[in-house]
Design a protein around this ligand. Structure first.
Ligand code: GTP
Ligand code: SAM
Ligand code: SF4
Ligand code: SF4
Length: 326
C-alpha cells in the first residue's frame, strides 16, 4: 500500500525485545533502561499474527531488531514461522554480534536471509568503552561465522563519532578491500541517550567520504546492495566489499521511506522520529480479528509523516532506540 505521499510501504522493522546484552553509550543512558515486563512484550505468536495482517497491505520485508534480537527467547521459531509466510521474501536481523557465532547456523537453517552487525571500532578497549563492557572478539567471531555460513550480504553498521572512532574510519573502510563485507557509516542521530549526543560528536557522511577518499582514493558509486534500507553504496575499485553511507541527518532519505516499525510492546510506529504510535497490542489482546488489524496497519500508513524535521536538536521521546527498534 502507498502512503499519502505515494511512498510504497513494504518493510516492517520489528523490535522483538527492548533487552540487550550491551549498553552502547549512544543508545542507552548510563543507568541502563528499566526493562519492560515480559507480559507487556508481544509474544512470538502475536508477532506472527501482526505480520500476517501486514502482508495483506503489502509488507514483504522483515527486519528483526531491538534491543538485541538474539537474546529474545523463541527467535528461531519466529524466523521459521516468518519463512512460512509466502508473501515474505526477505528476513534479516540487525545484531550486535555477541551471540552470533553460536546462533548463525540455526538461524540460517530456520530461514534467515541475511544479517547486519553493528561494530563501531576495531580496538578492544574502545569497544568495551562504547558498549560499556562488550567483548570485541565475540563480534569478530560472529562476523566470520556469518560469512562462513554463507549469509550474503553481511553488512557492518558503524556509527561515526567524532573524538571516538574518527581515527579508525579509514581502517574500517580498508577492510572492504580484502573482505566481502559491506561497511555502512551511520550518522549519529539525536535519539537514544542524550549523554552521547552533542553537535560536536556528529560527523556528516560527506566528511567520512572525504576522509576515506583522501587516504584510499576515489570511491565509485555502486548499485544498491541487496537490502531495503536507506544506505547509498560506493566501492574502492577492485575491492571485495562495499562502503555505504546512511545519512539520516545531512541528507535524509524520508522521501524514499518504505517502512513501519513495530515496537516490542506492540505499537505500530509510522516514523522513527515521530512519537505517534498506534496500539496494535490492545486490539490483539481484546480479540480483534484480522480485518481490524489490517485496518490499524492502514491507519498507520495513512498517518505516516512526510519525514523528520529534526533541527539537529535532541529528540525528546518516552522511548529509547532499543525500545523502538533502531
Ligand atoms: N532516520 C532513520 N534511520 C533509519 C531508518 N531505518 C534504519 N535506520 C538506521 O539505519 C541504520 C542501519 O539500519 P539496519 O537495521 O542495518 O537496517 P537497513 O539499513 O534498513 O538494512 P538493509 O535492509 O540491509 O538495507 C540504523 O542505525 C538505523 O537506526 C529510518 O527509517 N529512519
Ligand atoms: C538499536 S540497535 C538494535 C539492534 C542491535 N542491538 C544492534 O546493535 O545492532 C540498531 C542500530 O541502531 C544504531 N543506533 C543506536 N542508537 C543510535 C544513534 N543514536 N544514532 C545512530 N545510530 C544508532 C546502532 O548502532 C545499531 O546499528
Ligand atoms: S545499539 Fe544495539 S547493542 Fe548497543 S545498546 Fe543499543 S540495542 Fe544494545
Ligand atoms: S525519519 Fe521517519 S520518514 Fe524519515 S526515513 Fe526514518 S522513519 Fe522514514
Amino acid at each position: 500500500m502507498q502512503d499519502q505521499y505515494r511512498r510504497p510501504i513494504n518493510y516492517l522493522r520489528i523490535s522483538v525485545t527492548d533487552r540487550c546484552n550491551l549498553r552502547c553509550v549512544y543508545c542507552m543512558p548510563p543507568s541502563g533502561v528499566k526493562f519492560i515486563k515480559h507480559e507487556e512484550i508481544l509474544s512470538i505468536e502475536e508477532i506472527i499474527t501482526v505480520v500476517k495482517a501486514g502482508v495483506r497491505i503489502g509488507i514483504k520485508k522483515i527486519r528483526l531488531t531491538g534491543g538485541e534480537p538474539l537474546v529474545r527467547g523463541g527467535i528461531l521459531d519466529l524466523v521459521s514461522s516468518l519463512k512460512n509466510i509466502p508473501e515474505i521474501d526477505d528476513i534479516a536481523i540487525t545484531t550486535n554480534g555477541i551471540l552470533l557465532s553460536q546462533m548463525v547456523g540455526p538461524l540460517k537453517k530456520a530461514g534467515l536471509n541475511r544479517v547486519n552487525v553493528s561494530l563501531d571500532t576495531m580496538k578492544p578497549e574502545r569497544f568495551k568503552k562504547i558498549t560499556r563492557g562488550g567483548n570485541l572478539d565475540l563480534v569478530w567471531k560472529g562476523i566470520n561465522a556469518a560469512l562462513s555460513a554463507g549469509l550474503d550480504p553481511v553488512k557492518i553498521n558503524t556509527v561515526a563519532i567524532r573524538g571516538f572512532n574518527d581515527d579508525e574510519l579509514v581502517d574500517l573502510a580498508r577492510l572492504t578491500l580484502d573482505h566481502p563485507l559491506h561497511i555502512r557509516f551511520i550518522e549519529l542521530m539525536p535519539i537514544g541517550s542524550s549523554d552521547a549526543w552533542s553537535r560536536g560528536k556528529f560527523i556528516a557522511s560527506g566528511e567520512v567520504k572525504e576522509l576515506i577518499e583522501g587516504a584510499l582514493g576515489n570511491l565509485v558509486d555502486e548499485k544498491h546492495i541487496n537490502g531495503n534500507g536507506p544506505a547509498l553504496y560506493t566501492r574502492l575499485p577492485g575491492s571485495r566489499g562495499t562502503i555505504g553511507f546512511i545519512s539520516a541527518i545531512s541528507n535524509h532519505f524520508c522521501a524514499e521511506c518504505n517502512r513501519l516499525r513495530l515496537t516490542s510492546t506492540g505499537q505500530l510506529r509510522p516514523c522513527l522520529f515521530n512519537h505517534r504510535e498506534i496500539d496494535l497490542k490492545q486490539a490483539l489482546r481484546s480479540g480483534a480479528g484480522p480485518e481490524k488489524l489490517v485496518e490499524i496497519f492502514r491507519e498507520a500508513i495513512v498517518s505516516k509523516p512526510v519525514g523528520h524535521d529534526l533541527d539537529k536538536a535532541w529528540q525528546e521521546d518516552d522511548r529509547v532506540m532499543s525500545q523502538i527498534g533502531g
